[in-house]
Design a protein around this ligand. Structure first.
Ligand code: FES
Length: 130
């Protein structure tokens, strides 16, 4: 394995990873692991992507239709532990874990939680200490 150079220069880091300059307020993880995929994980992920991009708040590359200075990071992830009651969605820094999320729940999660900071209680399974 080639030796990896540890980069300390902030400007260089921001050039390599432009998201470091974005005013990120929340990160949303959507599980598309094996079990969640069987109950719509990919569709939930796609719906988050579609709405966040429509609103212009999804951080990412212009070339992908996202906003380099967007406030929301959307991250697809593997299993996060409650596979039998997916689709699992985590929202940080609030530490809220949602279960049984369906594509039709996504607009409510975005409007209430992502934009206003209010937990969608009917889907919330856990609140981690923050
Ligand atoms: S596969 Fe999604 S929580 Fe395990």
């Amino acid at each position: 394995m080639a030796e990896k150079k540890f980069i300390t220069d902030r400007e260089q880091l921001e050039k390599l990873a432009p998201m470091l300059k974005a005013p990120i307020k929340r990160q949303v993880f959507v599980c598309t692991g094996k079990s969640c995929s069987q109950v719509g994980g990919q569709e939930v992920m796609a719906e988050f992507g579609r709405i966040l991009q429509e609103k212009g708040i999804r951080q990412g590359k212009d070339s992908k239709g996202r906003n380099p200075l967007g406030e929301i990071l959307l991250t697809e992830c593997g299993s996060i532990g409650f596979c039998t009651i997916g689709t699992a969605v985590m929202v940080y820094p609030d530490g809220i874990l949602y279960g049984q999320v369906m594509p039709e729940d996504v607009p409510e999660i975005i409007e209430k939680h992502i934009e206003k900071g209010e937990t969608v209680e009917r889907l919330a399974l856990m609140k981690l200490p923050v």
